[in-house]
Design a protein around this ligand. Structure first.
Ligand SMILES: *[C@@H]1O[C@H](CO)[C@@H](O)[C@H](O)[C@H]1NC(C)=O
Ligand SMILES: *[C@@H]1O[C@H](CO)[C@@H](O)[C@H](O)[C@H]1NC(C)=O
Ligand SMILES: *[C@@H]1O[C@H](CO)[C@@H](O)[C@H](O)[C@H]1NC(C)=O
Length: 436
């Protein structure tokens, strides 16, 4: 059995002061064969309070493969055949590159405070000078003007968790080097729903907070400690706006590691790490697969072909050692390609995502204009333990010496940083489509 520790942390992007509330419980799984005690760290940024959370639980890294059937890829049309052979950007290595980022904190006004690593005092800058080198081709630098031309008169929606927000903010920074966006909508009291308009190209980029993609209630300090998810109902908060979208980028995953209760057909089908609730204990792989299936099916049924969907794969976290100690993700260099492999939970989540996209392609094949793609960032993200804010999610964390507890963010990415590469690949996906 593979034993490893898993750490993760989640931040709500929308609020400014962090609270971390600590609670812990451990459970014996009866149903899952090989599991281990694991610590899952969870912190949310909100405005007022400051407390601590630790959840101890036992996820299964060796659980049986989720039982839903997965269909084989359908590269049925000629068109698909041609582009099936195009470059695989998912496999490669990080190489030295002196050219550096397109933007900085001065030229970009939309970077979240907790991702302004340099302004927050991060001393090493080496992490900015790497380029992703795919194995069989080159990944061009991001071309902001090309991107804007490609999305002229279009609406691109980023739907999902805080990594959707992180990626969109990177994109906005790169685009802002050639054209200024206007923030035309912001939900009251938070930053969960926003829309920017680029008047130069009449393009809209929007953000929809929906970490489960489906309907549900997020765990909170005030409410239940677990998430509630309705696996067969897409979240209408974003889905009701589907008619306006030309392109949708979907990002999810980290919230599925938290205790959760799952509903299907109006009934509870099980729960993850809610020992006080007498539900059948289940792992999160089946629910994760089902929410993606529900999401993609809903899009296919409602849009009837007139949309491009891009599913971004899971972006691994890099917690090493105790989450609240200095050094948790303080590596200053990428891993070399032979040093790390995508494995365990990261590999399983990525696999489910890829299978469900292939499955949806088969379903969508009757609608001509429907295009689905995977934005496969799992490996390139895994190799970048040096790209996270770590303690520099807060300004000058070590100004008064090393405190006993330090909040570390080893999930999100510094801006500028390795997440800019996701948008380089995103642009190549869009360009590839235009050629079709
Ligand atoms: C940011 O980039 C601009 C334009 O390239 C440059 O003039 C400026 O010095 C940079 N600022 C910082 C803080 O690096
Ligand atoms: C983008 O949003 C603007 C302002 O809200 C609106 O006027 C415009 O029609 C939208 N354009 C597209 C292509 O969605
Ligand atoms: C769970 O089952 C136990 C034992 O049967 C019972 O005492 C308890 O009330 C149940 N809890 C809930 C939330 O149903």
């Amino acid at each position: 059995m593979e034993e490893r520790k898993m750490r993760s942390a989640l931040l709500f992007e929308d609020k400014s002061v962090a609270f971390i509330k600590r609670f812990a419980f451990s459970i014996s799984y009866v149903l899952l064969p090989a599991t281990l005690l694991c610590t899952f760290f969870y912190f949310l940024s909100i405005t007022q309070s400051s407390t601590t959370t630790t959840t101890t639980y036992r996820p299964s890294f060796s659980s049986p493969h989720p039982s839903l059937p997965s269909s084989s890829p359908s590269f049925s049309s000629e068109r698909d055949k041609v582009y099936h052979d195009s470059c695989d950007y998912s496999n490669g290595e990080w190489v030295d590159d002196r050219s550096g980022p397109l933007y900085n904190v001065t030229t970009c006004g939309t970077i979240k405070e907790s991702e302004k690593c340099i302004s927050n005092g991060r001393p090493d800058l080496g992490y900015l000078y790497w380029r992703w080198q795919p194995k069989e081709c080159n990944l061009p630098r991001f071309e902001p003007l090309t991107f804007l031309q490609a999305v002229e008169n279009k609406h691109v929606a980023f739907v999902g968790d805080s990594l959707a927000r992180n990626q969109l903010e990177s994109l906005l920074c790169m685009l802002a080097t050639v054209s200024n966006p206007n923030l035309v909508y912001k939900s009251p009291n938070d930053n969960k729903f926003r829309r920017w308009h680029f008047p130069s190209h009449n393009a809209n980029l929007s953000l929809y907070w929906s970490p489960f993609l489906v309907e549900g209630v997020e765990r909170s300090n005030e409410g239940p400690y677990y998430n509630t998810m309705y696996l067969d109902h897409v979240n209408e908060r974003w889905a009701r706006d589907l008619e306006w979208f030309d392109m949708i980028v979907v990002s999810f995953g980290h919230w599925f590691l938290l205790p959760s209760v799952y509903y299907e057909g109006g009934l509870v089908i099980g729960s993850l790490n809610c020992p006080d609730l007498n539900h059948t204990q289940m792992d999160f792989y089946v629910p994760l697969r089902k929410v993606l299936r529900t999401t993609l099916s809903s899009i296919i049924e409602r849009k009837r072909g007139e949309v491009d969907v891009i599913v971004k794969t899971f972006s691994p976290a890099h917690f090493e050692g105790d989450w609240d100690k200095a050094g948790t993700c303080l590596k200053t260099q990428p891993y070399k390609k032979e040093e790390k492999d995508v494995e365990g939970m990261d590999a399983e989540i990525r696999k489910i995502e890829i299978e469900e996209v292939e499955n949806a392609k088969a379903k969508a094949s009757e609608f001509g204009g429907f295009r689905l793609d995977i934005l496969d960032v799992t490996r390139l993200a895994l190799l970048r333990p040096d790209g996270h804010p770590g303690p520099y999610m807060n300004p000058f964390p070590f100004a008064k010496g090393v405190p006993e507890r330090v909040q570390n963010d080893c999930v999100h990415w510094c801006l500028p940083g390795p997440i800019d590469t996701w948008n380089q690949i995103f642009l190549q996906i869009i360009k590839k489509r235009e050629k079709r």
